[in-house]
Design a protein around this ligand. Structure first.
Ligand code: PSU
Ligand code: MN
Length: 298
């Protein structure tokens, strides 16, 4: 842990964990560095301490320095680490960026309760002739077992959104809309599915999470739609999505490569529009997470 993060945790001050897979595998090189810095600045503006999390040369690290973030954003042999990958990466001395599952586990172990990301992993749609998909992100199970509040803009429309919402219900993970009655779909403000609960302020979100934690060891999902003025045009979205699905099918992309390959297509084929949308939503999530963390600390 960085000294700053360790001091803030022991003093009970607001800390927000930030995920590193979105930097190393979500944004194009160049953009990722600028966005990493903006994310940390946004958290600080709201009076919380940012803790970007990754594994560096086998060391789980909570609160990366600017130099460490630079390394992560510019190296090309950075692994993508879900929770199950942490042991191998640590044991073998590797460097990797942590997914929502990996970050939540390390944040919780460090004593951090609030975490901001872009999109959450979910349940993938079946590929080819399979009637069901077995590609269910570990993010879901880890959120069910780890008492952190994750602020995200929902999941991408490449996923089976109703299946994901059902999976979270089965595991008793509260799904709460932030100033929204609809579950968001990452680039779009609405997935067309409703959320069971809604809050309209950081104080309400903090009250709900605090009450939930009294009763349960599970985490909670605060679903914060992309800001209205930054939402992607629906026609552009549908075209990019259809193209991405075709690429996944024709190249037989599977497992942890699915999201990065899809994101790369969106970025390339939209001339940077998707990067701008993605950036707007992660910054909004970092801001809301910091505001909620400040409420919880107060
Ligand atoms: N959604 C995005 N960008 C991302 C991810 C999801 O829009 O970078 C990353 C997150 O780190 C998430 C992970 O935790 O993908 C889920 O991957 P998988 O489906 O392989 O578990
Ligand atoms: Mn998967």
């Amino acid at each position: 842990m960085s000294n700053e993060v360790a001091d803030a945790i022991s003093a009970g001050r607001a800390v927000v964990a930030l995920e590193s897979t979105l930097l190393a595998h979500g944004f194009p090189p160049g953009d990722n560095l600028a966005i990493a810095a903006q994310l940390e600045r946004t958290v600080r503006e709201e009076g919380a301490v940012p803790a970007t999390i990754a594994v560096l040369d086998g060391k789980p690290t909570v609160g990366l320095t600017a130099d460490q973030i630079h390394t992560l954003c510019t190296s090309d042999d950075v692994a993508k680490l879900s929770l199950r990958d942490l042991g191998p990466a640590i044991g073998l001395g590797r460097t990797g960026a942590t997914t929502v599952a990996g970050t939540a586990a390390l944040a919780h172990a460090a004593g951090i309760g609030v975490f901001a990301t872009g999109g959450l992993g979910g349940v993938h749609l079946p590929a080819g002739d399979d009637p069901v998909s077995w590609d269910v992100s570990a993010d879901i199970g880890v959120l069910a077992a780890t008492g952190v509040l994750v602020v995200s803009s929902g999941v991408k429309s490449v996923l089976d959104i109703p299946a994901k919402l059902e999976a979270l219900e089965t595991r008793s993970v509260p799904v709460v809309g932030y100033r929204s009655d609809d579950f968001p779909a990452f680039y779009l403000r609405s997935s067309g599915h409703r959320v069971p609960w809604r809050v309209d302020s950081p104080a309400e979100a903090a009250a709900v999470f605090a009450a939930h934690r009294e009763l349960s060891d599970s985490g909670m999902l605060l679903a914060n739609p992309v800001p209205t003025d930054a939402e992607m045009d629906h026609r552009l979205h549908d075209r990019l999505l259809a193209e991405a699905m075709e690429i996944l099918r024709s190249r037989d992309v599977r497992g942890s490569d699915v999201t990065p390959v899809m994101l790369e297509h969106f970025h390339r084929a939209s001339d940077g529009v998707s990067v701008a949308v993605n950036e707007a939503l992660v910054l909004s999530n970092a801001r809301v997470a910091a505001q909620v963390a400040v409420e919880l600390a107060g």
